[in-house]
Design a protein around this ligand. Structure first.
Ligand code: ADP
Length: 189
């Protein structure tokens, strides 16, 4: 049986978004990306977007209370009942606890946490390339370095949280999109 309630964990540039989108389509379940939702809020000029923008532009985390609210609202939508792929949430210990509480309230459990590993040099190369193509305001070198540091300090420790629950699978994120997708599929079996 393939897991249908999962989260992808990995540093900026690891390929979470690409893989989550593809997997969501193939499994027919929503990709829930807090980064995408926050960018849309910034674009639309909503109160949440106005709160988030400065943090995002500096490569810092948006405050837990804001992001937890966004994630909870999305996870509570009817289409997430059949499954979901969390991409970019949780990113802190407080967010991970909030997710545990949300899922308990919804009466479901997380089946997999897929941790995608890519070494730092390769990540910087990928992000600079993406900056040139997409023009994301947080893809400049200083902000990238900051995002990697924030990942190491605040998000990487979550690997232990999910290992302790027995849902963690770790894999190599270097290779073609197809190769990495195949590793993820195997890890969901
Ligand atoms: P990446 O993984 O490439 O850094 P994302 O699109 O996931 O990019 O996130 C971009 C920015 O949005 C982050 O640097 C952060 O400011 C904000 N953000 C996204 N998700 C979260 C989260 N769960 N907690 C706090 N901030 C977040």
């Amino acid at each position: 049986m393939t897991a249908r309630r999962m989260l992808l964990l990995g540093p900026p540039g690891a390929g979470k978004g690409t893989q989550a989108e593809r997997l969501g389509k193939s499994l027919g379940i929503p990709q829930i990306s807090t980064g995408d939702m926050l960018r849309a809020a910034v674009q639309a000029g909503t109160p949440i977007g106005r709160q988030a923008q400065a943090f995002m532009d500096r490569g810092e985390l948006v405050p837990d209370a804001v992001v937890i609210g966004v994630a909870e609202e999305r996870l509570s939508q009817p289409d997430a009942r059949r499954g979901f792929i969390l991409d970019g949430f949780p990113r802190t210990a407080a967010q991970a606890s909030a997710l545990d509480a949300m899922l308990e309230k919804l009466g479901v459990s997380l089946e997999r946490c897929i941790a995608i590993h890519v070494d730092a040099d390769q990540l910087v190369q990928r992000l600079l390339k993406r900056a040139a193509i997409e023009g994301r305001t947080d893809d400049n070198e200083e902000t990238i370095r900051n995002r990697m540091r924030v990942y190491r300090e605040q998000t990487q420790p979550l690997v232990d949280h999910y290992r302790a629950r027995g849902v963690l699978r770790e894999l190599d994120g270097v290779g073609t999109v197809d190769e990495v997708a195949a590793r993820i599929e195997a890890a969901l079996a």
